[in-house]
Design a binder for this molecule. Structure first.
Ligand SMILES: NC(=O)c1ccc[n+]([C@@H]2O[C@H](COP(=O)([O-])OP(=O)(O)OC[C@H]3O[C@@H](n4cnc5c(N)ncnc54)[C@H](OP(=O)(O)O)[C@@H]3O)[C@@H](O)[C@H]2O)c1
Length: 262
């Protein structure tokens, strides 16, 4: 049984709670909301319209004490980028590994997080794009860009009207991945659409004068994020080091092998 804590019980974190309560290999041990949140003190089960679990949602200010009491193996974070240092410092003390699914980290945050993880021998999966399908799309795009370097590439992302970051982190990651494979200076425009209840759709269109190819990934439900987060949690539970979803899905090794062969 993998003991799991959840930080951030908003739209996605609540889905993580539901999945944890439904799945055998995982057990919810702790849940955290923001300081001063009205969710503090509520039972995590009651909060998602399930029977009480005995796990009370605590304010992030209580994370150190709560992790020390509950000893989770892994913490899954869908909260706020401002929390990264608080989470890692607390996890160092309780020897809890982390799956960071939150987005919006600065370069300085990233440097601190990678450094802290390595120095303190923690296990972290950094997963700003946690969906399994998106990560396979990224691997596929590397091959596509290598094979078709002269085509024009265009990324379009579509999300619900409340998503504030534009363009999405995933769209930027797609463009960066393509840029690594395409000739230097290749122009990769990103269009963003904000409309209704779209969970998340990313399309890469590529075209020459004579043909076009398009690859689309769409998440139908937040459960797509949850599946990825739980897969990452299972992966990192007994590991030390800094990992990304490519590692979780075994695609980094495959990429290295492909490079060695070519
Ligand atoms: N990796 C991926 O593929 C992926 C997928 C979906 C979302 N995300 C990212 O995950 C994050 C959350 O997304 P969401 O859609 O679930 O947003 P959301 O509904 O706004 O949920 C975020 C929750 O975090 C809580 N929170 C904010 N500041 C906090 C703090 N300092 N400590 C503890 N909790 C805090 C808030 O809870 P209170 O109500 O208690 O204030 C809020 O309910 C965002 O960064 C989003 O971009 C990533």
């Amino acid at each position: 049984m993998i003991q799991v804590a959840v930080c951030g019980v908003g739209r996605t974190g609540s889905e993580v709670l539901r999945a944890l309560l439904d799945s055998d290999p995982f057990h919810l041990t702790a849940a955290f909301c923001s300081a001063g949140s009205e969710k503090a003190g509520r039972d995590a089960g009651e909060f998602i319209n399930r029977p009480n679990t005995g796990v009370l949602i605590r304010e992030i200010t209580q994370i150190e004490q709560t992790l020390a009491e509950t000893h989770p193996d892994v913490l899954i974070d869908f909260s706020n980028a401002a929390n990264s240092r608080t989470i890692l410092r607390a996890c160092k003390k309780s020897r809890t590994n982390v799956v960071f699914c939150t987005t919006g980290y600065s370069e300085a945050d990233m440097l601190w997080m990678t450094d802290f993880t390595r120095h303190n021998k923690l296990g972290v999966v950094f997963a700003p794009n946690v969906t399994l399908g998106v990560n396979v799309l990224l691997a596929a795009l590397r091959l596509v860009a290598r094979a078709l370097p002269s085509f024009d590439y265009h990324v379009t992302e579509t999300h619900h009207s409340k998503k504030y970051d534009i363009p999405s982190g995933t769209a930027k990651k797609i463009a960066n991945t393509l840029a690594q494979e395409l000739p230097e200076g290749a122009d990769i425009p990103i269009d963003a659409v904000r409309a209704g209840g779209y969970v998340g759709m990313h399309t890469v269109l590529l075209a020459s004068d004579y043909e076009r190819l398009s690859l689309t990934h769409e998440s139908f439900s937040r459960r797509a994020f949850v599946e990825g987060a739980l897969t990452a949690a299972e992966f990192v539970v007994n590991r030390i080091g800094w990992y990304e979803m490519e590692d979780v899905l075994g695609m980094r090794a495959a990429q290295l092998a492909a490079t060695a062969v070519s």
